[in-house]
Design a protein around this ligand. Structure first.
Ligand code: ADP
Length: 435
Protein backbone atom coordinates (compact mmCIF):
# COMPACT_ATOMS: atom_id res chain seq x y z
CA UNK A 1 0.00 0.00 0.00
CA UNK A 2 1.26 3.44 -0.90
CA UNK A 3 1.76 5.24 2.46
CA UNK A 4 1.68 8.67 0.83
CA UNK A 5 -1.98 8.12 -0.20
CA UNK A 6 -3.57 9.05 3.09
CA UNK A 7 -1.80 12.41 3.79
CA UNK A 8 -2.53 13.48 0.20
CA UNK A 9 -6.22 12.49 0.57
CA UNK A 10 -6.45 14.39 3.86
CA UNK A 11 -4.78 17.43 2.31
CA UNK A 12 -7.28 17.33 -0.58
CA UNK A 13 -10.18 17.06 1.88
CA UNK A 14 -8.91 19.97 3.98
CA UNK A 15 -8.37 22.17 0.91
CA UNK A 16 -11.85 21.29 -0.46
CA UNK A 17 -13.46 22.12 2.91
CA UNK A 18 -11.61 25.44 3.14
CA UNK A 19 -12.64 26.34 -0.42
CA UNK A 20 -16.27 25.28 0.30
CA UNK A 21 -16.28 27.33 3.50
CA UNK A 22 -14.88 30.38 1.61
CA UNK A 23 -17.41 30.10 -1.23
CA UNK A 24 -20.22 29.45 1.30
CA UNK A 25 -19.09 32.48 3.29
CA UNK A 26 -19.24 34.60 0.09
CA UNK A 27 -22.81 33.33 -0.51
CA UNK A 28 -23.71 33.58 3.19
CA UNK A 29 -24.20 29.75 3.59
CA UNK A 30 -20.84 28.37 4.77
CA UNK A 31 -22.32 25.37 6.73
CA UNK A 32 -24.41 24.16 3.76
CA UNK A 33 -21.36 24.43 1.48
CA UNK A 34 -19.28 22.30 3.92
CA UNK A 35 -22.05 19.67 4.27
CA UNK A 36 -22.45 19.46 0.48
CA UNK A 37 -18.66 19.04 0.06
CA UNK A 38 -18.55 16.27 2.72
CA UNK A 39 -21.52 14.50 1.11
CA UNK A 40 -19.80 14.69 -2.30
CA UNK A 41 -16.60 13.35 -0.75
CA UNK A 42 -18.42 10.38 0.84
CA UNK A 43 -20.33 9.65 -2.37
CA UNK A 44 -17.06 9.55 -4.34
CA UNK A 45 -15.45 7.11 -1.86
CA UNK A 46 -18.62 4.99 -1.82
CA UNK A 47 -18.48 4.80 -5.61
CA UNK A 48 -14.81 3.75 -5.53
CA UNK A 49 -15.62 1.04 -2.95
CA UNK A 50 -18.38 -0.23 -5.20
CA UNK A 51 -15.97 -0.38 -8.18
CA UNK A 52 -13.45 -2.27 -6.06
CA UNK A 53 -16.03 -4.78 -4.91
CA UNK A 54 -17.25 -5.36 -8.48
CA UNK A 55 -13.67 -5.92 -9.63
CA UNK A 56 -12.80 -8.30 -6.78
CA UNK A 57 -15.99 -10.34 -7.15
CA UNK A 58 -15.78 -10.64 -10.92
CA UNK A 59 -13.14 -13.27 -11.76
CA UNK A 60 -13.22 -12.35 -15.47
CA UNK A 61 -11.92 -8.83 -14.95
CA UNK A 62 -8.19 -9.18 -14.57
CA UNK A 63 -7.06 -5.56 -14.88
CA UNK A 64 -7.94 -3.25 -11.95
CA UNK A 65 -10.36 -0.29 -12.55
CA UNK A 66 -8.82 3.10 -13.34
CA UNK A 67 -8.53 5.08 -10.13
CA UNK A 68 -7.19 8.41 -9.03
CA UNK A 69 -5.64 9.51 -5.79
CA UNK A 70 -5.72 7.09 -2.89
CA UNK A 71 -7.97 4.66 -4.79
CA UNK A 72 -5.52 4.45 -7.67
CA UNK A 73 -2.76 3.24 -5.33
CA UNK A 74 -5.18 0.86 -3.48
CA UNK A 75 -6.18 -0.75 -6.81
CA UNK A 76 -2.55 -1.04 -7.87
CA UNK A 77 -1.44 -2.57 -4.56
CA UNK A 78 -4.26 -5.15 -4.57
CA UNK A 79 -3.49 -5.97 -8.20
CA UNK A 80 0.21 -6.59 -7.42
CA UNK A 81 -0.64 -8.72 -4.38
CA UNK A 82 -3.01 -10.78 -6.53
CA UNK A 83 -0.38 -11.30 -9.22
CA UNK A 84 2.21 -12.34 -6.63
CA UNK A 85 -0.23 -14.82 -5.08
CA UNK A 86 -1.12 -16.24 -8.48
CA UNK A 87 2.54 -16.77 -9.32
CA UNK A 88 3.16 -18.52 -5.95
CA UNK A 89 0.06 -20.68 -6.46
CA UNK A 90 1.22 -21.68 -9.93
CA UNK A 91 4.67 -22.58 -8.66
CA UNK A 92 3.24 -24.69 -5.79
CA UNK A 93 0.84 -26.42 -8.17
CA UNK A 94 3.81 -27.24 -10.40
CA UNK A 95 5.71 -28.73 -7.44
CA UNK A 96 2.67 -30.80 -6.36
CA UNK A 97 2.18 -31.98 -9.94
CA UNK A 98 5.81 -33.06 -10.18
CA UNK A 99 5.56 -34.95 -6.86
CA UNK A 100 2.38 -36.63 -8.08
CA UNK A 101 4.00 -37.53 -11.42
CA UNK A 102 7.06 -38.88 -9.57
CA UNK A 103 5.06 -41.02 -7.14
CA UNK A 104 2.79 -42.21 -9.97
CA UNK A 105 5.88 -43.44 -11.81
CA UNK A 106 7.06 -45.34 -8.69
CA UNK A 107 6.68 -49.10 -8.79
CA UNK A 108 6.25 -49.14 -5.01
CA UNK A 109 2.88 -48.26 -3.51
CA UNK A 110 2.88 -45.17 -1.28
CA UNK A 111 -0.06 -44.38 1.04
CA UNK A 112 -0.59 -41.48 3.45
CA UNK A 113 -2.83 -41.98 6.47
CA UNK A 114 -3.99 -39.53 9.13
CA UNK A 115 -3.56 -40.17 12.86
CA UNK A 116 -6.86 -42.13 12.88
CA UNK A 117 -5.42 -44.58 10.36
CA UNK A 118 -7.73 -43.31 7.57
CA UNK A 119 -6.54 -43.11 3.98
CA UNK A 120 -5.77 -39.57 2.80
CA UNK A 121 -3.81 -40.15 -0.38
CA UNK A 122 -2.13 -42.97 -2.32
CA UNK A 123 -0.36 -43.39 -5.63
CA UNK A 124 -1.23 -45.44 -8.71
CA UNK A 125 0.95 -48.42 -7.72
CA UNK A 126 -0.81 -48.64 -4.31
CA UNK A 127 -4.20 -48.78 -6.11
CA UNK A 128 -2.97 -51.73 -8.16
CA UNK A 129 -1.13 -53.61 -5.41
CA UNK A 130 -3.93 -53.27 -2.84
CA UNK A 131 -6.92 -52.98 -5.18
CA UNK A 132 -7.95 -49.51 -3.89
CA UNK A 133 -10.57 -47.34 -5.63
CA UNK A 134 -10.23 -43.58 -5.18
CA UNK A 135 -13.96 -42.88 -5.42
CA UNK A 136 -14.96 -45.16 -2.54
CA UNK A 137 -11.87 -45.79 -0.41
CA UNK A 138 -10.70 -42.26 0.37
CA UNK A 139 -11.16 -41.52 4.09
CA UNK A 140 -11.63 -45.25 4.92
CA UNK A 141 -9.59 -46.93 7.71
CA UNK A 142 -6.77 -48.92 6.07
CA UNK A 143 -7.52 -51.90 8.34
CA UNK A 144 -10.97 -52.15 6.72
CA UNK A 145 -9.38 -52.41 3.30
CA UNK A 146 -6.43 -54.68 4.15
CA UNK A 147 -8.25 -57.07 6.42
CA UNK A 148 -5.54 -59.67 7.17
CA UNK A 149 -5.11 -60.17 10.96
CA UNK A 150 -1.30 -60.02 10.67
CA UNK A 151 -1.57 -56.59 9.01
CA UNK A 152 -3.88 -55.30 11.75
CA UNK A 153 -1.51 -56.59 14.45
CA UNK A 154 1.49 -54.96 12.71
CA UNK A 155 -0.39 -51.69 12.14
CA UNK A 156 -1.63 -51.45 15.74
CA UNK A 157 1.72 -52.37 17.27
CA UNK A 158 3.12 -48.92 16.32
CA UNK A 159 6.62 -50.41 16.24
CA UNK A 160 7.78 -50.73 12.72
CA UNK A 161 11.39 -51.85 13.03
CA UNK A 162 11.08 -54.80 10.64
CA UNK A 163 8.83 -54.81 7.56
CA UNK A 164 5.81 -57.11 7.28
CA UNK A 165 5.50 -59.58 4.44
CA UNK A 166 2.13 -61.01 3.41
CA UNK A 167 0.07 -61.80 0.29
CA UNK A 168 -1.66 -58.89 -1.47
CA UNK A 169 -5.37 -58.50 -0.61
CA UNK A 170 -6.01 -57.97 -4.34
CA UNK A 171 -4.09 -61.02 -5.59
CA UNK A 172 -3.00 -63.82 -3.25
CA UNK A 173 -0.17 -64.79 -5.62
CA UNK A 174 1.56 -61.45 -5.17
CA UNK A 175 3.72 -61.26 -2.06
CA UNK A 176 3.91 -57.76 -0.58
CA UNK A 177 6.29 -56.16 1.88
CA UNK A 178 4.90 -53.34 4.03
CA UNK A 179 7.03 -50.73 5.79
CA UNK A 180 5.26 -48.13 7.91
CA UNK A 181 6.85 -44.82 9.00
CA UNK A 182 5.34 -42.46 11.58
CA UNK A 183 5.52 -38.74 10.85
CA UNK A 184 4.05 -35.50 12.15
CA UNK A 185 1.47 -36.33 14.86
CA UNK A 186 1.09 -40.09 14.60
CA UNK A 187 0.29 -39.83 10.87
CA UNK A 188 1.56 -42.78 8.89
CA UNK A 189 3.31 -43.25 5.57
CA UNK A 190 3.08 -46.79 4.21
CA UNK A 191 5.34 -48.07 1.48
CA UNK A 192 4.36 -51.44 0.01
CA UNK A 193 6.41 -53.25 -2.59
CA UNK A 194 5.97 -56.38 -4.62
CA UNK A 195 8.59 -58.87 -3.39
CA UNK A 196 7.21 -61.94 -5.23
CA UNK A 197 10.27 -62.03 -7.49
CA UNK A 198 12.71 -61.89 -4.57
CA UNK A 199 10.67 -64.56 -2.76
CA UNK A 200 10.78 -66.73 -5.86
CA UNK A 201 14.55 -66.36 -6.14
CA UNK A 202 14.91 -67.13 -2.44
CA UNK A 203 12.76 -70.24 -2.85
CA UNK A 204 14.85 -71.27 -5.88
CA UNK A 205 18.04 -70.82 -3.87
CA UNK A 206 16.62 -72.83 -0.99
CA UNK A 207 15.44 -75.58 -3.39
CA UNK A 208 18.82 -75.64 -5.07
CA UNK A 209 20.73 -76.01 -1.79
CA UNK A 210 18.27 -78.65 -0.57
CA UNK A 211 18.39 -80.62 -3.84
CA UNK A 212 22.16 -80.38 -4.22
CA UNK A 213 22.69 -81.47 -0.61
CA UNK A 214 20.23 -84.32 -1.04
CA UNK A 215 21.84 -85.49 -4.29
CA UNK A 216 25.32 -85.32 -2.75
CA UNK A 217 24.37 -87.26 0.33
CA UNK A 218 23.80 -90.65 -1.39
CA UNK A 219 27.16 -90.91 -3.23
CA UNK A 220 28.90 -89.61 -0.12
CA UNK A 221 27.31 -92.31 2.05
CA UNK A 222 28.57 -94.93 -0.41
CA UNK A 223 32.09 -93.46 -0.45
CA UNK A 224 32.36 -93.20 3.34
CA UNK A 225 30.86 -96.71 3.68
CA UNK A 226 33.63 -98.16 1.46
CA UNK A 227 36.27 -96.10 3.25
CA UNK A 228 35.08 -97.50 6.57
CA UNK A 229 35.22 -101.02 5.19
CA UNK A 230 38.78 -100.42 3.96
CA UNK A 231 39.76 -99.02 7.34
CA UNK A 232 38.26 -102.04 9.09
CA UNK A 233 40.73 -104.15 7.11
CA UNK A 234 43.61 -101.73 7.20
CA UNK A 235 46.02 -104.45 8.30
CA UNK A 236 45.72 -105.99 4.86
CA UNK A 237 46.49 -102.66 3.14
CA UNK A 238 49.94 -101.26 2.25
CA UNK A 239 51.25 -98.91 4.96
CA UNK A 240 51.40 -95.78 2.68
CA UNK A 241 47.65 -96.03 2.00
CA UNK A 242 46.54 -96.12 5.61
CA UNK A 243 47.19 -92.44 6.43
CA UNK A 244 45.55 -91.34 3.18
CA UNK A 245 42.50 -93.51 3.85
CA UNK A 246 42.16 -92.13 7.38
CA UNK A 247 42.24 -88.56 6.07
CA UNK A 248 39.76 -89.40 3.33
CA UNK A 249 37.45 -90.91 5.92
CA UNK A 250 37.73 -87.84 8.18
CA UNK A 251 36.97 -85.48 5.31
CA UNK A 252 34.03 -87.57 4.10
CA UNK A 253 32.61 -87.44 7.62
CA UNK A 254 32.99 -83.64 7.62
CA UNK A 255 31.19 -83.46 4.28
CA UNK A 256 28.42 -85.64 5.69
CA UNK A 257 27.93 -83.30 8.65
CA UNK A 258 28.04 -80.30 6.32
CA UNK A 259 25.32 -81.81 4.14
CA UNK A 260 23.31 -82.80 7.20
CA UNK A 261 23.49 -79.19 8.50
CA UNK A 262 22.60 -77.74 5.09
CA UNK A 263 19.56 -80.03 4.86
CA UNK A 264 18.56 -79.13 8.41
CA UNK A 265 18.82 -75.39 7.60
CA UNK A 266 16.75 -75.72 4.45
CA UNK A 267 14.10 -77.70 6.38
CA UNK A 268 14.02 -74.94 9.00
CA UNK A 269 13.63 -72.29 6.32
CA UNK A 270 10.94 -73.98 4.29
CA UNK A 271 8.81 -76.17 6.54
CA UNK A 272 5.95 -74.85 8.65
CA UNK A 273 6.11 -75.22 12.42
CA UNK A 274 3.23 -77.62 12.93
CA UNK A 275 3.63 -80.48 15.39
CA UNK A 276 4.79 -78.62 18.40
CA UNK A 277 4.00 -80.31 21.66
CA UNK A 278 5.41 -80.26 25.17
CA UNK A 279 9.15 -80.90 25.31
CA UNK A 280 10.59 -82.11 28.59
CA UNK A 281 13.76 -80.01 28.47
CA UNK A 282 15.50 -81.44 31.60
CA UNK A 283 15.44 -84.96 30.10
CA UNK A 284 16.64 -83.62 26.76
CA UNK A 285 19.54 -81.84 28.48
CA UNK A 286 20.53 -85.00 30.37
CA UNK A 287 20.76 -86.87 27.06
CA UNK A 288 22.82 -84.07 25.53
CA UNK A 289 25.08 -84.08 28.60
CA UNK A 290 25.89 -87.77 27.99
CA UNK A 291 26.68 -87.05 24.31
CA UNK A 292 28.84 -84.09 25.36
CA UNK A 293 30.80 -86.29 27.80
CA UNK A 294 31.43 -88.77 24.99
CA UNK A 295 32.54 -85.95 22.67
CA UNK A 296 34.77 -84.51 25.39
CA UNK A 297 36.57 -87.91 25.61
CA UNK A 298 40.14 -87.45 26.72
CA UNK A 299 39.68 -83.74 27.36
CA UNK A 300 37.75 -84.76 30.51
CA UNK A 301 35.88 -81.51 30.86
CA UNK A 302 33.55 -80.95 33.76
CA UNK A 303 30.04 -80.81 32.25
CA UNK A 304 27.24 -79.87 34.65
CA UNK A 305 23.46 -79.59 34.15
CA UNK A 306 21.25 -77.52 36.43
CA UNK A 307 17.68 -77.67 35.10
CA UNK A 308 14.39 -76.59 36.63
CA UNK A 309 11.54 -79.05 36.16
CA UNK A 310 9.97 -76.95 33.41
CA UNK A 311 8.65 -77.99 30.00
CA UNK A 312 8.22 -75.85 26.90
CA UNK A 313 6.14 -76.23 23.76
CA UNK A 314 8.05 -76.76 20.55
CA UNK A 315 9.54 -79.39 18.30
CA UNK A 316 11.76 -81.69 20.36
CA UNK A 317 14.08 -82.59 17.46
CA UNK A 318 14.74 -78.97 16.55
CA UNK A 319 15.30 -77.85 20.14
CA UNK A 320 17.61 -80.79 20.74
CA UNK A 321 19.61 -79.82 17.66
CA UNK A 322 19.87 -76.15 18.74
CA UNK A 323 20.80 -76.88 22.37
CA UNK A 324 23.15 -79.65 21.19
CA UNK A 325 25.00 -77.25 18.88
CA UNK A 326 25.61 -74.84 21.76
CA UNK A 327 26.73 -77.60 24.14
CA UNK A 328 28.99 -79.32 21.59
CA UNK A 329 30.52 -75.96 20.63
CA UNK A 330 31.33 -75.41 24.31
CA UNK A 331 33.05 -78.82 24.36
CA UNK A 332 34.92 -78.09 21.10
CA UNK A 333 36.10 -74.62 22.09
CA UNK A 334 37.05 -75.35 25.71
CA UNK A 335 40.43 -76.75 26.68
CA UNK A 336 40.98 -80.05 28.54
CA UNK A 337 39.78 -80.06 32.17
CA UNK A 338 37.68 -76.95 31.44
CA UNK A 339 34.20 -76.56 32.86
CA UNK A 340 30.87 -76.25 31.07
CA UNK A 341 27.62 -75.33 32.81
CA UNK A 342 24.20 -75.89 31.30
CA UNK A 343 21.29 -74.09 33.01
CA UNK A 344 17.55 -74.20 32.25
CA UNK A 345 15.19 -71.98 34.24
CA UNK A 346 11.99 -70.01 34.20
CA UNK A 347 11.43 -66.49 35.57
CA UNK A 348 9.03 -63.58 35.00
CA UNK A 349 10.75 -62.71 31.72
CA UNK A 350 10.32 -66.19 30.23
CA UNK A 351 12.23 -69.46 29.78
CA UNK A 352 15.99 -69.50 29.44
CA UNK A 353 18.73 -71.95 28.54
CA UNK A 354 22.35 -70.94 29.03
CA UNK A 355 25.56 -72.75 28.14
CA UNK A 356 28.57 -71.24 29.88
CA UNK A 357 32.16 -72.34 29.40
CA UNK A 358 35.55 -71.14 30.55
CA UNK A 359 37.12 -71.91 27.17
CA UNK A 360 38.80 -69.92 24.41
CA UNK A 361 36.20 -67.13 24.18
CA UNK A 362 35.58 -64.91 21.17
CA UNK A 363 36.84 -61.40 20.45
CA UNK A 364 33.98 -58.86 20.61
CA UNK A 365 34.14 -57.66 16.92
CA UNK A 366 33.09 -61.18 15.84
CA UNK A 367 30.04 -61.46 18.11
CA UNK A 368 27.41 -59.72 15.89
CA UNK A 369 28.29 -61.93 12.90
CA UNK A 370 28.57 -65.33 14.60
CA UNK A 371 25.12 -66.56 13.53
CA UNK A 372 25.86 -65.91 9.83
CA UNK A 373 26.34 -69.03 7.75
CA UNK A 374 29.96 -70.18 7.53
CA UNK A 375 31.18 -67.32 9.71
CA UNK A 376 34.06 -68.35 11.92
CA UNK A 377 35.68 -66.28 14.61
CA UNK A 378 39.01 -67.94 14.07
CA UNK A 379 39.83 -69.99 10.97
CA UNK A 380 42.79 -71.87 12.50
CA UNK A 381 40.72 -72.84 15.55
CA UNK A 382 37.99 -74.13 13.27
CA UNK A 383 40.47 -76.24 11.27
CA UNK A 384 41.28 -78.17 14.45
CA UNK A 385 37.68 -78.76 15.49
CA UNK A 386 36.38 -79.54 12.01
CA UNK A 387 33.08 -77.69 12.48
CA UNK A 388 30.79 -76.84 9.60
CA UNK A 389 30.29 -73.13 10.40
CA UNK A 390 26.53 -73.68 10.28
CA UNK A 391 25.84 -74.59 13.91
CA UNK A 392 24.91 -71.14 15.21
CA UNK A 393 22.90 -70.36 12.06
CA UNK A 394 20.82 -73.45 12.86
CA UNK A 395 20.44 -72.31 16.49
CA UNK A 396 19.23 -68.88 15.33
CA UNK A 397 16.65 -70.39 12.95
CA UNK A 398 15.33 -72.85 15.52
CA UNK A 399 14.94 -70.07 18.10
CA UNK A 400 13.14 -67.85 15.58
CA UNK A 401 10.69 -70.68 14.93
CA UNK A 402 10.09 -70.91 18.68
CA UNK A 403 9.62 -67.12 19.20
CA UNK A 404 12.99 -66.98 20.94
CA UNK A 405 16.30 -65.24 20.46
CA UNK A 406 19.97 -65.91 21.16
CA UNK A 407 22.17 -63.78 23.40
CA UNK A 408 25.93 -64.18 23.06
CA UNK A 409 28.43 -62.97 25.63
CA UNK A 410 32.08 -63.84 25.33
CA UNK A 411 35.46 -62.73 26.62
CA UNK A 412 38.59 -63.70 24.69
CA UNK A 413 40.68 -66.17 26.65
CA UNK A 414 38.13 -66.39 29.47
CA UNK A 415 35.06 -68.13 28.10
CA UNK A 416 31.61 -67.63 26.64
CA UNK A 417 27.97 -67.71 27.60
CA UNK A 418 25.29 -68.49 25.00
CA UNK A 419 21.72 -67.93 26.27
CA UNK A 420 18.47 -68.85 24.51
CA UNK A 421 15.49 -66.77 25.64
CA UNK A 422 11.88 -67.90 25.06
CA UNK A 423 8.68 -66.02 25.94
CA UNK A 424 6.43 -67.28 28.75
CA UNK A 425 3.83 -68.18 26.12
CA UNK A 426 6.11 -71.16 25.34
CA UNK A 427 5.73 -72.58 28.84
CA UNK A 428 4.08 -76.02 28.75
CA UNK A 429 2.04 -77.41 31.61
CA UNK A 430 4.10 -80.17 33.13
CA UNK A 431 1.64 -82.93 34.01
CA UNK A 432 4.17 -84.99 35.96
CA UNK A 433 4.99 -82.01 38.17
CA UNK A 434 1.28 -81.30 38.71
CA UNK A 435 0.66 -84.92 39.76
P1 ADP B 1 31.42 -74.26 13.83
O1 ADP B 1 30.88 -75.44 13.14
O2 ADP B 1 32.62 -73.67 13.16
O3 ADP B 1 31.58 -74.47 15.28
P2 ADP B 1 29.27 -72.51 14.57
O4 ADP B 1 28.29 -71.76 13.73
O5 ADP B 1 28.73 -73.48 15.54
O6 ADP B 1 30.30 -73.14 13.58
O7 ADP B 1 30.10 -71.42 15.35
C1 ADP B 1 30.64 -70.31 14.67
C2 ADP B 1 31.96 -69.87 15.29
O8 ADP B 1 31.70 -69.34 16.58
C3 ADP B 1 32.93 -71.00 15.53
O9 ADP B 1 33.71 -71.20 14.38
C4 ADP B 1 33.74 -70.51 16.70
O10 ADP B 1 34.80 -69.70 16.22
C5 ADP B 1 32.78 -69.61 17.45
N1 ADP B 1 32.22 -70.29 18.65
C6 ADP B 1 31.02 -70.89 18.77
N2 ADP B 1 30.80 -71.34 20.01
C7 ADP B 1 31.91 -71.02 20.73
C8 ADP B 1 32.33 -71.20 22.09
N3 ADP B 1 31.56 -71.82 22.99
N4 ADP B 1 33.53 -70.71 22.44
C9 ADP B 1 34.32 -70.08 21.57
N5 ADP B 1 34.00 -69.87 20.26
C10 ADP B 1 32.81 -70.34 19.85
Amino acid sequence: MNNKGWPTALRHLTLSLLLAWFLGWLCGLPLLAICLTLAGFLAWHGWQLHRMQTWLLNQNIVEPPEGRGIWGSVFDDIYHLQRHQQRTQKRLKGVIQRIEDGTAALKDGVLMLNNQGNLEWWNHAASQLLGLKESQDIGQPITNLVRAPEFKAYFDASEYVTPLEMPSPANAEVQLQFQITLFSQQDRLIVCRDVSHIKQLEAMRQDFVANASHELSTPLTVISGYLETFLDHQDTLPQRWRKALKQMHQQSQRMESLIEDLLMLSRLETSQLKDHGPVHVPALLNELQLDAITLSGEKRQHIEVDAQWVDMTGIGGELSSAFGNLIFNAVKYTQAQGSIQIRWWQDDAGLHLSVTDNGLGIDSPHLPRLTERFYRADASRHAQTGGTGLGLAIVKHVLLRHDGHLQIESWLGKGSCFTCHFPLSRLAINLKRRA
